[in-house]
Design a binder for this molecule. Structure first.
Ligand code: NDP
Ligand code: 8X3
Length: 257
């Protein structure tokens, strides 16, 4: 991992921020991307003692032109990306499909599918021409099982699953690796974002449960990218012990509402 260049989207929070810590600790050179630059700056300050070097990118992955320009104008010392972690993503709402907010749908589709595609399209050709690279996509158990109210979010993660498989197939014959890491319940800002800042409702998602932590997921991602070069971990599905499926969760306390 020493001196490898890792581009991490969604580094300002949750799983992305946890990955930044793990990879920095292993000596990687980090490109941290997100919309909230001040969050990235704070994170970079905390990483400074362990990290060799950090480059910050304020970027909205939904903005195709901005993504293309950010990647094509990286300083030469940062342009040879070894590992792309497509982590930026979100859910919005838990409404029945026929009552859903169309703006919520567009935000999820534009971020989780199109944003991931833009990054992949602009970064992977360089990996192919250099003959080295690894793409890690954050899928979800939501891409394996649709749950009530999950409709469009689950659809975006099912798309990530298909896109990861397709990318692996299209890279056959190159040394580039592709991994989908598909967690169940992880306590991050995810539910607060899903419920548009309703933190009481968000807290209830994790009530009485021991969820995965962002560090748990970062450990798995780090494991996947540190296998010998001939080993490709295609897909990892991980859940807390308190979860058996998207809808089967063991709660030790009764949740009201
Ligand atoms: P958080 O809300 O804590 O973090 C999401 C990150 O994505 C933030 O850094 C946010 O940065 C970034 N992001 C969102 N929209 C954009 C955008 N348009 N452009 C750039 N960055 C964006 O959630 P998690 O850490 O939980 O989520 C990370 C990934 O893991 C997501 O893809 C999510 O779907 C997936 N996942 C999460 C699970 C969970 O239970 N938490 C389970 C399974 C998968 P900023 O707002 O600063 O732009
Ligand atoms: C996040 C996990 O089950 O809330 O992708 O969709 S879930």
């Amino acid at each position: 991992m020493q001196n490898q260049i890792v581009l991490l989207t969604g580094a300002s929070s949750g799983i992305g921020a946890a990955c930044a810590k793990v990879f920095a600790g292993a000596g990687a050179k980090l490109i941290l991307a997100a919309r909230r630059l001040e969050r990235l700056q704070e994170l970079a300050e905390t990483l400074h003692p362990t990290s060799r070097e950090i480059h910050l990118l304020q970027m909205d992955v939904r903005d195709r032109t901005a993504v293309e320009s950010a990647i094509s104008t990286l300083p030469p010392a940062w342009s040879n990306i070894d590992i792309l972690i497509n982590n930026a993503g979100l859910s919005r709402g838990l409404d029945k499909l026929y009552e859903g907010d169309i703006q919520d749908w567009e935000e999820m589709i534009d971020t989780n599918i199109k944003g991931l595609l833009y990054l992949t399209r602009y970064v992977v050709p360089g990996m192919v021409s250099r003959g080295r690279g690894h793409v890690v996509n954050l899928g979800s158990i939501a891409g394996h099982q649709t749950y009530p109210g999950g409709n469009v979010y689950c659809g975006t993660k099912a798309a990530v699953k298909s896109i990861s498989e397709g990318l692996k197939q299209d890279l056959l014959g190159t040394p580039i690796r592709v991994t989908s890491v598909d967690p169940g319940m992880v306590e991050t800002e995810f539910s607060e974002v899903r419920f548009h800042g309703d933190s009481e409702r968000a807290k209830k998602v994790y009530q009485g449960v021991t969820p995965l932590t962002p560090d748990d997921v970062a450990d798995v991602i780090f494991f996947c990218v540190t296998r010998p070069p001939h080993v490709n971990i295609n897909e990892v599905v991980l859940m807390p012990v308190d979860q058996a499926s998207a809808t089967l969760v063991n709660r030790r306390t009764q949740v009201g509402g």
